[in-house]
Design a protein around this ligand. Structure first.
Ligand code: NAD
Length: 564
């Protein structure tokens, strides 16, 4: 049969019949959304107890909405009257569209789609709520692959605004358009996605968890520091490790593994063995009482992961984690100018922030200008060989008791200080511009940094109005490293044509509540900064995980995305 002879039914409007297959968590939520938008809805499930539970859940949720004044009793009653439940697949024969939400099993879904294909009129669109399976593979079980589409709702469906509309290889444009229109009528914000592992949200969000676990395993920072830094420096609602605990380490790992396998083991998506070991040990997160944190005693505290993570890098914590500790041991009382070196836009950003905090600061370009400084800051993005010479030159001109602070976006502190005569006073800092948007800065001590210098550096940043967290020496610390990899993955997905930049940003804001879309954020931080960090991580780790995508290089070469 030709794929074009049966165009999907024109615009599905309220009053039409939507059938939902699978009345579990997602099916039930989607049914409620559809009935609330004015559609007739029939929910089918093989398990009678599930149907009862679905009915109760929707009733309870509607009652709560009435109680809270979000809807009135008559409207809730009308929604309720549009819903029906059945165990019999044949009852879906008259549906105008089918949305499937059975368990994530390709065989099961293919079998179901084969039966739905035989049952429903040719024009009916068959949509799957799969979060990871191939729409093309599901569609291949039917005689209407052009009318099979992904409709990926997020949990809880009545609350989450995003729907990823996924086009399989053979999904027609008409089907995609009709599905997008349907998502809008359901009150959702659809983004159109070309089929690829993890679609947009699960794929672009991967580095948030995989990079965080990697940093933890390497001894880059303790559990609670990683989470705090991402919340305070990045503006994320939850840190990555507490989020994995909430999702479940096993569930999160299964998603990561599925995407890693689907990309034929591209190291970009490789999860860290630490997470597998924790899953093996039964540390699954909140649901098992213990994951990265231990929830057994009411207040959560980090789980001791003795033997599982490295601590060779972690110097003695010279700065206590709590704000009070830092205040107690690090008051800043030096008088004299702060002199800032580096690319003009980065140096200006810093100078501006310091002046706003009442600190005398100026930008400079020749090392000799550091002569009268109490603090010299090298905020530059140069590769590590050049950085070491630049830092050595600054060190040579600085007064004996002055502090030398170096950005670690492109090199570790220890390597930046390798040619300095006084590596003991060199302290790293990791942050991303613009500084006005960062309430926290990471400070890093090199292997030769002395405790007193790190304590003074903490005092200095606090005087500049920033909270500080102590992370281990290494390129890009915690926040810049995770954030750069997130921004980078969004650009990798864009380069592959998965979705537009605007859709990727929308998907990440609505699907996982990011404070800013990753591409928007990359531009705000500076595309050159993101590229420099990714390149430096590749040099630091020698891992193709960090290979920069050519599109980003071209954007940087062209002076921005709009010129490319
Ligand atoms: P669930 O286990 O809560 O519900 C699945 C339901 O399908 C069960 O009630 C089960 O009885 C029923 N079922 C099994 N075989 C069936 C069949 N042959 N015919 C009819 N019903 C059948 O699962 P869920 O969390 O609702 O997930 C459903 C789908 O949605 C999966 O593909 C999942 O990947 C996807 N998804 C889940 C989430 C989430 O957070 N839970 C989010 C987005 C997408």
């Amino acid at each position: 049969m030709s794929e074009s002879r049966h165009a999907p039914r024109a615009a599905l409007a309220p009053g039409a019949l939507i059938a939902v297959v699978g009345g579990g968590t997602m099916g039930s939520g989607v049914a409620q959304v559809a009935a609330s938008a004015g559609f007739q809805v029939i929910v089918q499930d093989i398990a009678p107890e599930v149907l009862n539970r679905s009915r109760r859940r929707i009733d309870d949720d509607l009652a709560r909405r009435v109680e809270r004044g979000r809807t009135d009793a008559a409207l809730a009653g009308a929604v309720r009257a549009r819903l029906s439940w059945t165990e019999t697949l044949d009852d879906l024969r008259a549906a105008d569209v089918i949305i499937e939400a059975v368990p994530e099993d390709l065989r099961l879904k293919q079998d179901l789609f084969r039966r739905l294909d035989a049952l429903c009129a040719q024009a009916v669109i068959l949509a799957s709520n799969t979060s990871s399976l191939s729409i093309s593979a599901i569609a291949a079980a039917t005689r209407r692959p052009d009318r099979v589409v992904g409709m990926h709702f997020f949990n809880p469906a009545p609350v989450m605004a995003l729907v990823e509309v996924i086009r399989g290889v053979r999904t027609s444009e008409e089907t995609a358009d009709a599905t997008i229109a349907l998502a809008r009528i359901l009150g959702k914000t659809p983004v159109q996605v070309r089929e690829a592992p993890g679609f947009v949200v699960n794929r672009v969000a991967r580095p948030f968890s995989t990079e965080a676990v990697r940093i933890l395993a390497e001894g880059g920072a303790p559990v609670q520091t990683i989470d705090r830094v991402m919340r305070e420096a990045g503006g994320y609602r939850m840190g990555p490790l507490e989020l994995i605990d909430l999702i479940g380490l096993d569930v999160n790992l299964a998603v990561s593994n599925a995407i890693y396998e689907a990309f034929f083991y591209d190291p970009r998506y490789q999860p860290h063995p630490l997470q597998q070991r924790m899953v093996d040990a039964g540390l699954l997160g909140r649901k098992s009482g213990r994951g990265f944190y231990d929830y057994s005693s009411g207040a959560s505290r980090p789980t001791p992961l003795g033997g599982l993570t490295s601590d060779v890098l972690l110097p003695t914590p010279v700065v206590l984690e709590s704000g009070e500790g830092v205040a107690a041991n690090a008051a800043w009382d030096a008088h004299g100018p702060v002199v800032v070196f580096g690319e003009p836009h980065l140096a200006d950003d810093l100078v501006h922030t310091l002046r706003a905090a009442g600190i005398v600061a100026r930008r400079a370009s020749a090392a000799i200008e550091a002569r009268d400084a109490v603090v010299a800051i090298d905020a530059g993005l140069v590769p590590r060989e050049d950085r070491a010479s630049a830092v050595a030159a600054l060190d040579a001109h600085l007064a004996p008791d002055a502090l030398l602070l170096v950005s670690t976006l492109t090199t570790s502190v220890t390597e930046a200080a390798r040619h300095a005569r006084h590596p003991d006073r060199v302290v790293g800092f990791a942050t991303l511009p613009p500084l006005s948007e960062r309430s926290l800065i990471e400070i890093q001590a090199g292997l030769r940094t002395v405790r007193d210098a790190a304590v003074r550096a903490a005092g200095f940043w606090r005087r500049a109005g920033k909270a500080v967290a102590h992370t281990a020496d290494g390129v890009a610390g915690v926040f810049p490293r995770i954030q750069a990899m997130l921004c980078h993955e969004a650009i990798v997905a864009l380069a592959a044509g998965i979705a537009s930049a605007e859709e990727i940003d929308t998907a990440m804001r609505l699907g996982v509540n990011y404070p800013q879309g990753p591409i928007e954020r990359a531009e705000r931080v500076g595309l050159g900064v993101i590229l420099a960090v990714v390149q430096a991580l590749q040099v630091e780790h020698g891992d193709p995980r960090y290979r920069p995508v050519p599109l980003l290089r071209r954007w940087v070469a062209a002076g921005g995305r709009q010129h490319a």
